[in-house]
Design a protein around this ligand. Structure first.
Ligand SMILES: Nc1ncnc2c1ncn2[C@@H]1O[C@H](COP(=O)(O)OP(=O)(O)OP(=O)(O)O)[C@@H](O)[C@H]1O
Ligand SMILES: [Mg+2]
Length: 321
């Protein structure tokens, strides 16, 4: 089983409007509500790829109850979320149908108490030991994904601690976060990090992707998958460096494309695929997610079409230091 950790879960609302005008009044054509937060999006894509996935993180209040009820209806995902006193946040995405563009409003997360953080650590340790809930815990954890921002109250070194505990249990870790939690996380030597271009520049101070990815490696990541929006992805590993892009830029909602890239890389890791195949899968899946209306979903047809056509190129030149 694959474990994804989402400390800042959310109930994601998506409104579709014919055209978004700032200060205007809008008829909402369609409303969807989904369990959200980056690790939940990753879990949904992994489940669609046939990987049993367990999710942990925090959920509380009425929105937390609704999130868990919706999660219970999804196939292939086991809920190991930890209850909290505060209320899970909502996010609102407004999709403008005339352009396909999305506008995103994200509430801040609830405050996590020291006891709630300790409770999460306890659940995480149980899952890693394989003695969590009967449903979730009886299969060993093959890999962990640590995804998204930290809610207030969670220590900034949280991901570093979760990485060390996974490694102590012999489980590989993929980290997808930004800023100080990413900087601290790198020092705990995650197996793979997946920053986007802005996140990578934020911690390395350079916008040149290859140089920045190598800098992130020097800071502790074994491998770095730098996602470059419609340009695709650059993968720097101890075994080689590869780049791949979608054959064409896809119009749509790019929110969650990075989460699908994580799911592609993670599924390839547990299946033991060679690096270039993992990269091709991540690029095809994430582009197919841009075409789907909501994060955590992908257009099957676009995915299959692109998977056959993504070209992976190996970099042979030395780092531009
Ligand atoms: N317009 C697009 N067309 C095709 N593929 C895209 C497009 N935008 C993004 N992708 C694919 O999705 C991957 C991830 O996108 P991006 O770099 O925007 O991630 P991100 O900012 O982490 O996204 P998020 O955190 O919202 O999920 C890219 O590496 C690329 O392969
Ligand atoms: Mg991202």
């Amino acid at each position: 089983m694959i474990l994804t950790v989402t400390l800042n879960t959310a109930l994601d609302l998506t409104y579709r409007v014919p055209r978004l005008d700032v200060h205007g009044s809008h008829q909402v054509r369609e409303v969807t509500e989904r369990p959200g937060g980056k690790g939940l999006n990753v879990a949904r894509v992994l489940a669609a790829l046939g990987h049993a996935t367990t999710v942990t993180g925090f959920a509380g209040g009425r929105t937390g109850a609704e999130l868990r009820a919706l999660l219970g209806e999804e196939q292939g995902i086991t809920d190991a979320l930890v209850p909290i006193g505060g209320s899970t946040r909502r996010t609102v995405g407004v999709v403008d149908e005339s352009s396909g563009d999305a506008t995103q409003l994200n509430e801040p997360g609830p405050h996590i108490t020291p006891a709630e953080w300790a409770s999460l650590l306890g659940t995480y340790a149980e899952l890693l030991r394989g003695d969590g809930t009967a449903e979730a815990g009886n299969s060993p954890v093959e890999a962990v994904a640590l995804c998204g921002s930290l809610p207030p109250g969670v220590p900034v070194g949280a991901y570093a601690q979760l990485i060390r505990e996974a490694h102590a249990a012999g489980v590989p870790v993929v980290l997808d976060t930004s800023g100080e939690p990413l900087r601290r996380g790198l020092a705990a030597r995650p197996d793979l990090v997946k920053p986007n271009a802005t996140e990578l520049a934020g911690i390395t101070g350079t916008t040149e992707p290859l140089r920045a990815a190598r800098a992130a490696q020097r800071r502790g990541a074994h491998s770095v998958a730098a996602s470059l929006g419609s340009q695709g992805m650059l993968l720097v590993t101890p075994d080689g460096t590869w780049q791949a892009g979608p054959p064409r830029s896809i119009a749509g909602n790019p929110t969650g494309a990075g989460d699908s890239a994580v799911a592609g890389l993670l599924s390839g890791l547990v299946e033991g695929l060679p690096w270039p195949d993992r990269l091709a899968r991540a690029v095809a899946l994430s582009a197919a997610t841009v075409r789907a209306p909501t994060a955590g979903e992908f257009d099957e047809e676009v995915h299959n079409d692109l998977l056959a056509r993504v070209k992976v190129e190996e970099h042979s030149e030395p780092a531009p230091d």
